[in-house]
Design a protein around this ligand. Structure first.
Ligand SMILES: [Zn+2]
Length: 251
């Protein structure tokens, strides 16, 4: 199962599967399901995802985006479920967020990680792409999101500079080995570093980097390169360490 591992993070943090049933729906390009009393936020999420999907269809020509959206009352972190082909987002205003909108905006603020999950849909389902490492899969999902968010004033997943003590895990090798198992806050720290890298690269590459990823790893692209060995052995002299302060050393 290649369901976005954010889903698994959710399962771990909640200690049980999220089973809330949606009761209502909104028609449109991205059919949206939501529980009673959450129509406003469901509309806000639907608007975000539909507008993003239209942007990508124009910027990255190919098959149309056909994906559903499930708004649940208690899902703390959005995820993409490739088995049901739905983005799953939470409607609780108290839900923790990995990223905040740049302007801290309105009451109907939605978690912009939903667009990152749309990136997982793109690389998992719309254009199955065998990105060879977990960290790169997460990086490209954020890069994909940033391609859209940078066209929308006031919408950003740009992380703030890390504050407080350094997390326990900070290397790409640890991320490959443990993935969501690094734990929620540490996972958010990694995602912040990947987003920082994406924002650093976006001005030069724009949507071209998404096309390069698909050309390299997609079904019509080159075969994946041979495995260079374990992540621990693929970097020398500890060069796999992620560097703090918004810089990322990629070995
Ligand atoms: Zn992700």
């Amino acid at each position: 199962m290649k369901t976005s591992l954010l889903a698994l993070l959710l399962w771990l943090s909640a200690g049980r599967p999220a089973v809330a049933q949606s009761r209502d729906s909104l028609g449109g390009k991205v059919k949206t399901y939501f529980p009673a009393g959450r129509a406003r936020q469901a509309r806000a999420y639907q608007q975000l995802v539909q507008e993003a999907a239209r942007f990508y269809e124009e910027a990255l020509p190919g098959p149309p985006f056909v994906v559903g959206l499930n708004v649940r009352p208690t899902t703390p972190v959005p995820y993409y479920d490739d088995e049901t082909n739905r983005l799953v987002v939470g409607a609780s205003k108290q839900a923790p967020q990995l990223f905040q909108p740049a302007d801290g905006s309105s009451a109907d603020t939605v978690d912009l990680v939903a667009v990152h999950e749309l990136g997982h849909y793109y690389f998992y389902t719309l254009h199955p792409t065998a990105i060879p490492t977990k960290w790169a899969g997460e990086f490209f999902a954020s890069y994909f999101a940033i391609c859209y968010l940078e066209t929308r004033k006031g919408l950003s997943m740009r992380p703030s500079a890390p504050a407080g003590p350094l997390p326990q895990y900070r290397t790409l090798a640890d991320f490959e080995r443990l993935y969501y198992g690094v734990g929620g806050p540490n996972y958010g720290w990694y995602q912040g570093r990947f987003a920082a890298l994406a924002y650093a690269l976006y001005p030069k590459f724009k949507t071209k980097l998404v096309k390069i990823a698909f050309a390299e790893y997609g079904p019509t692209g080159k075969p994946p390169p041979p495995t260079p060995g374990t992540p621990e052995n693929s970097c020398s002299q500890g060069s796999g360490a992620l560097v703090e302060n918004n810089a990322v050393a990629i070995c």
